[in-house]
Write a protein that binds this ligand. Sequence first.
Ligand code: PRX
Length: 635
Amino acid sequence: MSYYKIEDLQHYFKMYNKSIKEPKKFWDRIADKNFTWYQKWDKVYEFDMQKAEFKWFLNAKVNITKNCIDRHLSKRGDKTAIIFEPNDPNEEAQHITYSDLYVRVSKMGNVLRDQGVKKGDRVCIYLPMIPELAVVVLACARIGAIHSVIFAGFSSKALQTRIIDCDSKMVITSDGGFRGNKTIDLKGIVDDAVEHCPCVEKVLVVKRINSEVNMKEGRDLWIEPLLEEASSSCLAEIMDAEDPLFILYTSGSTGKPKGMVHTTAGYMVYTAYTFKNVFKYEENDVYWCTADIGWITGHSYILYGPLLNGATTVIFEGVPSYPTFSRFWEVIDKHKVTQFYTAPTAIRALAKESLEFVDNQDLSSLKVIGSVGEPINEEAWHWYNDHVGKKKCPLVDTWWQTENGGIMISPIPFVTPTKPTYASLPLPGIQPVLMDELRNEIEENQVVGSLCIKFPWPSIARTIWRDHQRFIDTYFKAYPGKYFTGDGALRDEVGYYRITGRVDDVVIVSGHNLGTAPIEDAINEHPAVAESAIVGFPHKIKGNALYGFVILKEIGETRIQDNVRKEINQSISDMVGPIAKLDKIQFVSGLPKTRSGKIMRRILRKIAEGDLSNFGDTSTLLNPEVVEEIKNERL
Ligand code: PRX
């Protein structure tokens, strides 16, 4: 398109090559120029890929909230840091300035300290998308506590697993949350979870929906009266560059969720740098990312990245369909949003509604639009580009993961020509490679391989909380000397990457990473179920949906089977969360297994996708007859 200048692309290549040839110099300069440090580093990085040990900005001392807030006060004290757009459009939006944020975070930090939270303690946060969520996260960072935000759509069981895993002494929640025309009983969910968490000493509760909730004497406290009493200046804890900043759980292909640990300085430098460049952020922009702060996208690109740059960031409590399908577009129009960052699932859902919803709003403030979380299919890409970006805003298809901390592969607006479905080129400092099954680097184009990264970057996760061996096994074993992403990708003739999807047992449903194992565990909890296997299959809106193959202990009549289907989904809802419910449940007499007893998911995936022509090599199957049966009774 006409807005690209070849010199800009050449400049990108120059920067990129510099970052690869002299990474120390490259990151040293960025870290030196853009932040406030108590003490600078002795060394830019030190790492050992085999042992999965990474250190950045060694021995530097810093507090990220000093950089997110205090640093801006002299120049931007009255500038809006956060625009809060409530679920109900009739409730007034809030504009929180950097000075307000300073006071609110300081007060909250003091409340946490008064309640016994110390540097290094874990605090679990289970809140809706309200300003207090941002304030609590930053307050933890202020006092050096490690925050672990748990997406408020997770069930009490999922919450409990995470609280116990990180041994959290405090949980912060609210009386409830608004979501479209529903209210959600968050406090009730926390009560159920905390019942089984002896580590939790205190539960602090924010008032949001004014509902009656149970307050357990000696454990539960309303947060507002404590805030009123608290002092509005709070000494920031001096953090080492490698002190943990937060733990964020992500699904694994097996077993319990993985508590990814991100540390302070590297995460700070990388999120600030990528925010500024990927969104081409300029001083008076109004930036909106629709993710939930419970996911890494919200951590890095609603909170830390924008605030580190002194930006105005929108926090939206609602959903795209409430009160109507024009809500996103109304919010853009209302707040004159300049950068809009969302997920392909939302785009697909909105693209199937009338065009009037989008056409009736003024979107002329937009400069850059972004996509994240799953592959964006060609149709959705064009709809987004044409009807939202009006073909004048670069569409940045950003590829990255919880484990990465920040965006890894993405076009740079007005620099990298965009190409539908391609995340395009790596950002400076990022060295992707594609690997074949024999662990050789793929040099050819248009061949799908396993996407790995062969050199560390500042915000790479440092470990899995209290399970470093699992960290090594999951990410650094399959391709020695490299970080394995779990994704497949291909590269075109100019070096653009296209992400083709997961190559492990993680399925991405509506942009949410779901591991198959915990869902199968939930299904197997049902007393009528003997065994189960789930796989993903393509879905028009959600990207992928889940298909369950379930062996019942006894084959009952149809009516009973229908009940079991409902109960299975209820069990999944209770144990994992409603996002993990199955779209299809097929009862089968057996599952295709290898002689060593491993379920051949490849075959189930093909059946679920409706690709019944060729199942590849099935000679190692113990029970090939079952494949025919499953195929014939496919839903
Ligand atoms: O499969 C990739 C997909 O989302 C996974 C990471 O999920 P999560 O850790 O929840 O982080 C999501 C937001 C950063 C990746 O392994 N993914 C993410 N972005 C893209 C993507 N797939 C294709 N294109 C993308 N732009």
